[in-house]
Design a protein around this ligand. Structure first.
Ligand SMILES: NC(=O)c1ccc[n+]([C@@H]2O[C@H](COP(=O)([O-])OP(=O)(O)OC[C@H]3O[C@@H](n4cnc5c(N)ncnc54)[C@H](OP(=O)(O)O)[C@@H]3O)[C@@H](O)[C@H]2O)c1
Length: 284
């Protein structure tokens, strides 16, 4: 992996951190994105300690809830790297209460869906120039049963933390399938995966009761290293060079929910996301 440049978000904790460690151990050149300088510095030291021969690790700071911050991140990445082989959209969170970002977007939607949408679109030409290249997105089995609330996109009428989280995971899913369609023939693939139930920092930001719930689930949860296995495989396996628009769990292709397979919904959501991010995609 010495000749591969990989950018990974949400690499300061959980699945993203475990994936970054594993990819660095394989000798990849990593660019990790964190929002806290301190946590990112600590992650950097630990990833460097695990790194294999020839690996390099660089850091970028960005708060993915802010579109200005995502734009700054993309500009810094483009200025630094002439070649980008893999983009991993991994960062994500669930929020128990409805909050709006500086951009006026509901926070879960902003972090889980619009940030990967915007970042991928802003980096797309560099990925195409670097083809063969890959875009990998961490989604969740929680997308099953969810629908995109086109008439209440900002969750102003109704908000339930987990329900909203599931909607954003469906949105990430639809993003992947539409992106794969648009990238057909470019040499850039787009796939997504479910990591399983993983013992991480996930849902530890929603108060004591939720934290207790996550602690109770620990014995039936997998380790971050196990949760990261499919991500690492998607980033590295030569077998996947021509595989795109696919949903994986434990390295196996899985059927997405019927809603996630609706190409009309995928296209509509894409166009709305373009407007929400004030970005015009270079793909059609
Ligand atoms: N854990 C599970 O069971 C599970 C299951 C299915 C899917 N997933 C998905 O897996 C992905 C990784 O989650 P995880 O389980 O590893 O949780 P985690 O331990 O909480 O890690 C989440 C990562 O995302 C980062 N992040 C969150 N909000 C951000 C923001 N506004 N700007 C920049 N970075 C931000 C966090 O940064 P900080 O370190 O600064 O907080 C952290 O590095 C998420 O997309 C999640 O939805 C998890």
């Amino acid at each position: 992996m010495n000749d591969k440049q990989i950018l990974i978000t949400g690499a300061t904790n959980g699945i993203g951190f475990a994936a970054a460690e594993a990819l660095a151990a394989l000798g990849a050149n990593l660019a990790i994105v964190g929002r806290s300088k301190t946590k990112t510095r600590i992650a950097l030291a630990r990833i460097r300690a695990a790194a294999g021969r020839g690996a390099t690790v660089a850091t970028f700071i960005a708060d993915l809830s802010s579109q200005a911050s995502v734009r700054r991140l993309a500009a810094e990445v483009l200025a630094r790297y002439r070649k980008l082989d893999v983009l991993v959209n991994n960062a994500g969170a669930m929020y128990g209460t409805r909050q709006l970002t500086k951009d006026g977007i509901e926070l879960t939607w902003a972090v889980n869906h619009l940030a990967p949408f915007l970042l991928s679109n802003l980096l797309l030409h560099r990925l195409k120039e670097s083809a063969p290249a890959r875009i990998i997105t961490t989604t969740s089995q929680a997308h099953q049963g969810a629908r995109i609330p086109f008439d209440d996109l900002n969750a102003g009428r109704s908000y339930r933390g987990f329900g909203r989280y599931c909607e954003t995971k469906l949105a990430k899913f639809l993003f992947t399938t539409e992106l794969a369609r648009r990238l057909d023939g470019t040499g850039v693939t787009a796939n997504c995966f479910h990591p399983g139930l993983v013992a991480t920092g996930f849902n530890r930001n929603n108060g004591l009761l939720m934290g207790l719930g996550m602690t109770i689930l620990r014995p039936v949860s997998r380790s971050p290293e196990k949760g990261a296995e499919t991500l690492v495989w998607l980033a590295t396996s030569p077998d996947l060079a021509n595989v795109s628009g696919v949903y994986f769990f434990d390295r196996e292709q899985r059927p997405p929910s019927p809603e996630a397979q609706d190409t009309g919904t995928a296209r509509r959501r894409w166009e709305i996301s373009e407007r929400q991010c004030a970005v015009r995609s270079s793909t059609r």
